[in-house]
Design a protein around this ligand. Sequence first.
Ligand code: ASP
Length: 336
Amino acid sequence: MVTTRRQFLQDSSVFLSVGAAAWPWMTSEAKEKSMLNKTSPVIVSTWPFGKASNDEALRILQQGGSGLDAVEKGIWVTENDLSNSSVGAGGMPNAMGVVQLDSCIMSGPGHKAGSVAAIEGIRHPISAARRVMEKTRHVMLVGAGAREFALKEGLEVAEMPTEGRRREWLQWKAEQEKSAAKNHDTIALILLAPDGHLYGGCSTSGWAYKLPGRVGDSPIIGGGLYVDDEVGAAGATGIGENVMRYCGSFQVVSFMQRGATPTEACLETVKAIARKDPKGADLSINFIAVDKKGRYGAAGSAQGFSYSVTTPKFSQVETGRAISTKELGPVGGNRP
Ligand code: ASP
């Protein structure tokens, strides 16, 4: 059951032992953007590159396609973009020069999920994740098993890394003692469909030059993505290790369930993690969220997280809220 806003405010102050005065956002609900008409789709994705995926997802919904088709085919657009160095075949390889992709999908109706991790040579990992959800009794397949399954399903293979990424990798290998590669991003795309249901998906190549076999938050249900059809959907991008240790997307949905708006929920999740984590606010994590009413928002651990929002009325890149050290209080409480 979704709690009322009043209950959330009461529960939260007990739950987090903070007085209402420390929660200035609680009075700022008017600032939230609302798409109250349930039949109006709202599509939210991470980063400016998500906009092209959102536009495709909207086109599919407007042609009568399902929410899952919109998530899958929307994410295809980013997976197909070889200039994108952190998603799909254009993604950067691991330390051994092999591209290993992570992806997951969730359907609000039926609370269904599918996921693939460290899958190699498959052009659309999001489709492999969807097939796991729809055609197996499992939720997650990894590595060689995931690839085998995708091939049996007839999914398209792709050469990866691209020539350019291979050259960059060779260069990194030659200098690896000196440089730690910082490249990583994810497309997480969540939407409220015209049928009033929530859906979402994620796809990434993860950290550039990661250890072979490393799996990030993006294929982890509750980590990089979570959808609760009665409440809302959330997705993450950033350092997966800092998201998955805290079930980040699950926390965002959980805050919404207790009455927070999507922006508040993203912000509170980042704050909760920063207060606890030995890294303090130096987390490099960002969340997007949409709720059952079609309200949406985003927040990150630092300024400048941009995300894409698409509805039948507009399609644009917006900037998420960032935690401010002033309102945060002491951080990094769980130091060893
Ligand atoms: N979360 C992804 C991972 O850790 C990367 C990113 O979104 O920046 O694999």
